[in-house]
Design a protein around this ligand. Structure first.
Ligand code: RB5
Length: 148
């Protein structure tokens, strides 16, 4: 599976850990930066990762900033993106099962490395359940498509 990853300065160390971990597990990981720790505006990186997922170049994305929230707000502005900021295991699993979330956002200042790696694993290892949840995800797309 192909996974896009990116971060700002609030998530630099965590992003590198997750990227290395997922590569180790055999995933094809594309790193959209940052590649050196310097202050950067998180919407720039969110747009790169979200665009690659929306275009189908990568199946899933992972974005890391200080809280995970800024990245999720920015990524969710890209059509077709369902980005979820998670800091617990249940949410990371169920946002795939029920929301078909395609980007996981993590807070480098919120979760520790051990938890973050487990959340990333749960996210990439869980498939969308479909069924009644497909209708609800379709409703989200309808809202998106109705906006000018
Ligand atoms: C950067 O200091 C911080 O604002 C950013 O990483 C993120 O937490 C925003 O949501």
């Amino acid at each position: 599976m192909k996974i896009a990853i990116g971060c700002d300065h609030g998530g630099f160390e965590l992003k590198n850990l997750i990227a290395a971990h997922l590569k180790e597990r055999g995933f094809e990981v594309t790193d959209f930066g940052i590649t050196e720790n310097r202050p950067v505006d998180y919407p720039e990186i969110a747009l790169k990762v979200a665009s690659s997922v929306a275009a189908g170049e990568n199946k899933l994305g992972i974005l890391v900033c200080g809280t995970g929230i800024g990245m999720s707000l920015a990524a969710n502005k890209v059509k077709g993106i369902r980005a979820a900021a998670c800091s617990d295991h249940y949410s990371a699993k169920y946002t795939r099962l029920h929301n078909d979330a395609n980007i996981l956002c993590l807070g480098g200042r919120v979760v520790g490395a051990g938890t973050a790696l487990e959340l990333a694993d749960l996210f990439v290892d869980t498939e969308f359940e479909g069924g009644r949840h497909q209708r609800r995800v379709d409703m989200i797309s309808e809202i998106e498509n109705s906006q000018k």
